[in-house]
Design a protein around this ligand. Sequence first.
Ligand SMILES: [Zn+2]
Ligand SMILES: [Zn+2]
Ligand SMILES: [Zn+2]
Length: 464
Amino acid sequence: MINLAQQISGLAPATEAAPVLSLLRGTAFSATRDERTRCLVVSSLWQALPDIAGVNYELDPRAEYDLILLPDDVELSEIGRLLGQTTNPAPVIISGSQALGLRADLVLSDWSAPSLSAAILSVRPLVRRVSELPRLPLGPDRNGLSALALAYTRDCSLAPVIRPDERAVVAYPILFGFSNARNMLEELADAGMLRRRFFERLHICQHCDSSRLHAREVCVKCRSSHLAEQPLVHHYACGYQSVQSAFEAGDSYVCPKCRKELRHYGVDYDKPGGVMCCRSCGDTMTEPEVEFLCLDCRQSTSGDHAGFRDWYEYDLLPDSIVAVKGGKLPFSASVDDVPRGRTLRDFTLLVRHSLSVAKSTGRPLCAAKLTVDTTDLVTKVGQRGVSSVCELLRDVVVQNLREHDIVAALHDAVLVCMPETDDAAAKVAVAQIQHAIIATVRPKLNIGVEIFSGVHINQLLMTV
Ligand SMILES: [Zn+2]
Ligand SMILES: [Zn+2]
Ligand SMILES: [Zn+2]
């Protein structure tokens, strides 16, 4: 069996430097096209990589690939750039160095044929998992979807770590190469796609926004940190109280107010505590001020004025898994066009509320789930066409319902909840929707319909 890419490279005239160098030097071609692993090699030493059956080496970062191989040290910014232009939502990475931290799925020191081939074999289940997801769209959803896809395919949370070498001091290692990961994650959390778990509160410099701050106590008058704590001395006889140094006269204590000598502790005087003295300006204060010295811009921010930033670890929620599988975030532009297309979370909340209303008022309530046979659909329009067909389906459903009906789309199904509707009326409404789908949506869809009424709606909520 001859690989298509091999044919192309075989047919290309030698004078034309083809941008895609398909280096098919593997000897065994028994593997089918789907089982081949396409590896983007980022190294000037790619020729030194061994031939491995079932593995294609790619050098063009614009080509489609499953895996990135980084056999030697590459500029981190170059890898960031590479990840920024791929359409793969969560490329698997095998790296020769530890520099990528958690973003490398495997760190490999021995790049000989047996070792590399075992490494590629070991990440193949992950490669397969990533390949089942839709490719990344261009535009504002790209990074958010990629972040969710990374967490989903690696089965992990989006967890921060302390990073003193970065101005923000906190970073999300798995989101290597993402600019402004925190804002993106916060938006996703606000949209009900991620659950926050508190990690740390970090203060920020009011001049440059850095969190690399050194906290210290300073003089309230001259802002110097050259402070010393001094005990207070209280003279019982005249009631005068001041810092100990004001009483010191050679080896003994003399009251600076009444000039008497203080002989016995507890009889003539006591020490009721201490005060802070500034060694720079001589001022004394009971409480010095807290101030942050910025290690980046060297300017100070008073503790009262310093803002702070809370950092979180984020877990995926059901809506984010729907988004990853559908290749689309629910709060992007198309949702504005369909205001009643809810997120799964909103849908669940609204349906629970409707259920309790129906229960207390005794009014009917029905729900329906219209499930698309996606295996059938994939053969007709391909994996990537599925999400656009499902969107169209949702739009058709929304257009054929009443204003107070609640609709949400999953990657392969549309959920509908119809208040004030009994079983018979729900069947009529769903039949009407099916007619509209047959009339509007191409290719023809195989749709499974389930109708739930009353308390059975809970079963529906539990399955989504
Ligand atoms: Zn001072
Ligand atoms: Zn005195
Ligand atoms: Zn600063």
